[in-house]
Ligand binder design. Structure first.
Ligand code: ZN
Ligand code: ZN
Length: 283
């Protein structure tokens, strides 16, 4: 079983706890050290519980707290070469560079990183596996490519980006150039893109769909949830929206059964066709 909890998710800070047995990983640390410790404590986790921190990319909403966390507690930080090269605060006590195409294992969790289309030096996201249970993070992506969609197929839980509502972005405070960046192929997934992705990867073993990285200016929880549920109306009980200013509950997910593995294959087949549509629709 994998357990997942968000310390907070949104354009001004992201951090996600994933744990299985004696292994606890923090994916990104986009809050100050003080705020991170406070939020972890409310979920019953201390820095000494952390096996490692995985970093997706160098944007401040993902790395704000990693320098202080490293220097004060010596937690190992795992990141790509490109991300390390762009850190403003690279005085890390202990770090490991990983290749964004090469799986590795920390404690009892296997990490399968995958590169993502985003305007960062070497952006990636992760599929995490413990025994048969798999959980994926899929945020900070301008488009869900067939390659990324393939990585997400068959997961038991996903944190998917719903950054913006089209209309709110168009009518909101951002200048056209920034709107273009957000909408672009190296920007962020909006509500309208997330729904079809969830539909493409849905299968009987998909237990949690966590909508995250919402923009506070260009989206609302209601807009995000309604947009995704329009694509998967039967999944209302499995869809939750993560908060920017507060932690989530713990979400538990287990591996699919043999019977469900057949469904996995079917959903993968349908997803391959869908992915082509998704990609060409955006480009
Ligand atoms: Zn971000
Ligand atoms: Zn980013």
């Amino acid at each position: 079983m994998l357990e997942v909890a968000s310390l907070g998710s949104g354009s001004s800070g992201n951090a996600t706890l994933v744990r299985a047995a004696d292994t606890t990983l923090l994916i990104d640390c986009g809050f100050t050290l003080k705020e991170s410790l406070k939020r972890m404590a409310s979920l019953g986790v201390t820095p000494s519980d952390l096996t490692a921190v995985l970093i997706s990319h160098e944007h401040s909403d993902h790395v704000k707290g990693i320098g202080p966390l490293s220097r004060k507690f010596g937690v190992p930080i795992y990141l790509t070469h490109g991300t390390f090269g762009r850190l403003r605060d690279d005085r890390l006590i202990s770090y490991e560079l990983f290749h964004a195409h090469a799986p590795f294992t920390l404690g009892c969790i296997e990490i399968d990183p995958f590169p993502t289309p985003h305007d960062a030096a070497e952006s990636c996201q992760f599929v995490l596996r413990h025994q048969d249970a798999r959980f994926a993070v899929a945020t900070d992506m301008g488009v869900c490519t067939p390659f990324v969609l393939d990585k997400l197929c068959g997961v038991n839980g996903v944190l998917i980006e719903c950054n913006y509502d089209d209309q709110m972005l168009r009518n909101g405070p951002y200048p056209p150039s920034l709107q273009q960046r957000i909408r672009g192929n190296f920007g962020h997934l909006g509500n309208a893109q997330a729904g079809p992705v969830v539909r493409a990867i849905d299968h009987p073993g998909l237990q949690w769909v966590l909508l995250g990285h919402l923009s506070e200016k260009n989206n609302t929880e209601t807009c995000a949830k309604e947009a995704v549920l329009a694509s998967v109306p039967h999944a209302a009980e499995r869809v939750d929206v993560l908060q920017q200013h507060g932690v989530s509950r713990w979400y538990a997910m287990t591996g699919t059964t043999v019977e469900r593995a057949v469904d996995d294959a079917q959903s993968q087949d349908s997803a391959v066709g869908e992915s082509v549509t998704l990609n060409s629709a955006v480009t």
